[in-house]
Design a protein around this ligand. Structure first.
Ligand code: ZN
Length: 279
């Protein structure tokens, strides 16, 4: 934990500036890579007020870096290498600039599992529940609060081994499933889970696949998600500092063993959490 993080943790959230005021202290930036599931870093130039940036109708995180503004654009795991995604940059002075981001290649591992078909197919009741939860989650993940994150450097939320990687493409009985949207960290039931970054709790609940789950908003569409918890230790709208306990590792939802599923979202898409971890 470096000195700047400790300072940020001790200052009440309302007093944390939207960007570091020290020009000589370069802010931490996630390791940028314009690949599926990565984060593109796009320089937007100098202006007094930040530009407003959209990708496909969703607002994009904009941070000050020295005298310039920089967009941190979350790229979908479904983005096709070799294609381009377009962002619209609305300048405070008026006018819109269209910029393109070329998507590079990235290979994620595949996993093939053969399981009894009854464990793959959901009952009508479970399917209806999952559908309700999916709609709710889509709304929660669209949260865009005005203040920029105090920091984009994150703490690993629980100690333990990373047991499977972000972006893993899974096949059940030969049928493709959605790729893995987070980082799994294996740890015993009851291991404390802390907030990876300072933010506000915007959703807690018990979900069919994710079990007990918490979502924290860090500002401007940067969200973290913690799933399969045995205990939820925070309430809706609670403000949490980076490193503050929020729950405990569990095996709730559809899991094969206790672990924390940790996801990071930018402009509604899951991006590789490893890009944001400092340690
Ligand atoms: Zn997972």
């Amino acid at each position: 934990m470096n000195r700047r993080r400790v300072l940020v943790s001790l200052v009440p959230a309302a007093l944390v500036p939207a960007w570091p005021l020290c020009a000589f202290a370069a802010p931490f930036m996630p390791r940028a890579a314009a690949v599926p599931g990565g984060v593109a870093r796009v320089k937007l130039g100098k202006s007094e007020q930040p530009p407003v940036v959209h990708l496909g109708g969703e607002r994009v995180l904009v941070l000050r870096e020295g005298a310039e503004w920089v967009a941190l654009v979350g790229l979908s795991l479904a983005a096709k290498p070799g294609t381009k995604v377009r962002i619209d940059v609305e300048h405070a002075s008026g006018g819109v600039t269209r910029m393109t981001i070329g998507i590079g290649g990235k290979e994620y591992a595949s996993q093939h599992l053969n399981v009894p078909q009854g464990q793959v197919d959901l009952s009508a009741v479970d399917m209806a529940r999952y559908e309700r939860e999916r709609i709710h989650m889509r709304e929660v993940l669209r949260t865009f609060s005005a203040d920029a994150p105090a920091s984009t450097a994150m703490l690993q939320p629980t100690p333990g081994t990373r047991s499977s990687s972000f972006g893993l493409r899974r096949y059940f009985n030969g049928q493709p499933r959605n790729p893995h949207t987070g980082m799994d960290i294996a740890a015993p039931v009851g291991t404390p889970v802390v907030a990876a970054d300072t933010g506000k709790v915007i959703d807690t609940g018990e979900y069919f696949f994710s079990g007990n789950q918490i979502i924290v908003d860090h500002g401007q569409g940067l969200l973290t998600l913690y799933a399969h918890l045995s205990e939820i230790g925070v309430a809706q709208d609670e403000v949490v500092n980076a490193g503050a306990p929020i729950g405990k590792v569990g095996a709730t939802g559809r899991v094969t063993g206790p672990h924390l599923h940790f996801s990071v979202y930018l402009n509604t898409v899951p991006v590789d959490p490893a890009l944001f971890l400092t340690a």
